[in-house]
Design a protein around this ligand. Structure first.
Ligand code: AMP
Ligand code: MN
Ligand code: MN
Length: 335
């Protein structure tokens, strides 16, 4: 089954010519290097591995990676098929013939793989961030797509490759995470139609949901308890700000890895009295990774961009080297 296409053969702002060029470039290459953004989420890793499995089945040599200084796959995403395609950035091709990026809006979000793009002969960018800077030699960017996985599915179809259950599992993880389990406004008829195509391969949605959202080490509950205990509501800031933080020490007390705390923002953002929810997460290097969510009153991608980060209108983030109180003060000023 192929996705619904417009009269001109495109499924969005990506032109039929650009798709044809991508197919041409990828078909002609023996070796393809794939990369997604640092601290990969379900869409970044799922899109990349889905395409990676399809290309490997087509006989290509595939390397897939992401540029975190400490290269580890988040525990939540280790159930994804195709992990054997992943390589530490240290073993990534220095000058790839064809490099394809997934869910990466700015070249810096490739982390330690940023430099590899400069030497790539062709750089194909697959993304759905409205803020994408078009840093590729070929940019397949559709801000109307619910996930990069939507573009990944179309690329696979256009290459004439089949989507088996493993590929579908990867793409479904991208779709289901970026639509917030089909709750966000990106939940279009097309998003559900894509889910139907993927489910038809026999993938296990119950297992995927359990792996992504319904399990964690016991320490998660203890750290969540501490994080909720110190949460602050500032109704006078913007349309209301609710915020909290997680320190390295909080996590160390219960042996909780950094990537386990990603879902906590979804608890914080429930707050009726706040349009914006923020959580500051201290990583293993002592740097603060800040996650922001909005109900729509504020475009948090603009706030995050003003502080050196980026993202989407309702979900964005930035990195801070300041103490907690100073970071929050900057946020208050912008909100
Ligand atoms: P997160 O809060 O980590 O789930 O990220 C939400 C959105 O913000 C994603 O689209 C990310 O790409 C973006 N984002 C998060 N952190 C950063 C950062 N440090 N720099 C740029 N974009 C970010
Ligand atoms: Mn992402
Ligand atoms: Mn995405």
């Amino acid at each position: 089954m192929t996705p619904d296409l417009r009269d001109d053969g495109s499924a969005g702002p990506v032109s039929g010519q650009d798709w044809a060029r991508a197919v041409e470039l990828i078909s002609a290459a023996d070796e393809i290097a794939l990369a997604c953004h640092v601290s990969p989420d379900g869409d970044a890793l799922g899109s990349m591995l889905g395409v990676g499995i399809a290309l490997r089945a087509a006989g290509k040599r595939v390397t897939a990676s992401f540029g975190d200084r400490r290269f580890t796959v988040p525990r939540l995403l280790r159930f994804l098929p195709g992990q054997e395609l992943l390589a530490d950035p240290a073993h990534y091709p220095a000058a790839p013939e064809v490099m394809v990026t997934f869910d990466v809006p700015t070249v810096g979000r490739l982390g330690v793989l940023t430099g590899n793009t400069a030497k790539a002969h062709e750089l194909v960018v697959l993304d759905h961030h409205p803020s994408n800077t078009g840093f590729g030699t070929l940019n397949l960017v559709d801000p109307g797509a619910a996930a990069t996985a939507v573009l990944a599915e179309e690329l696979i179809h256009r290459l004439g490759l089949p989507v088996d259950k493993d590929i579908a599992t990867c793409l479904y993880v991208g779709l289901v995470t970026d639509t917030g389990s089909f709750r966000h406004s990106s939940t279009t008829p097309d998003a559900h139609a894509m889910a139907a195509r993927l489910l038809a391969t026999g993938l296990d949605p119950e297992k995927i949901a359990r792996e992504l959202w319904d399990r964690s080490p016991f320490g998660y509950l203890k750290v969540l308890g501490a994080v909720l205990d110190r949460v602050r509501l500032e109704p006078e800031v913007g349309g209301g700000l609710v915020w909290t933080f997680v320190t390295r020490a909080d996590r160390a007390a219960y042996g909780l890895p950094y990537d386990e705390i990603e879902g906590m923002i979804d608890v914080i953002r429930r707050t009726d009295q706040a349009d914006v929810a923020t959580i500051l997460k201290e990583d293993d290097d002592g740097v603060w990774q800040v996650s922001m969510r909005s109900k729509g009153g504020v475009d948090v991608s603009r706030v995050s961009a003003a502080l050196g980060g980026g993202g989407h209108a309702k979900a964005a983030g930035f990195t801070s080297h300041q103490p907690i109180e100073e970071t929050i003060e900057s946020l208050r000023a912008l909100l």
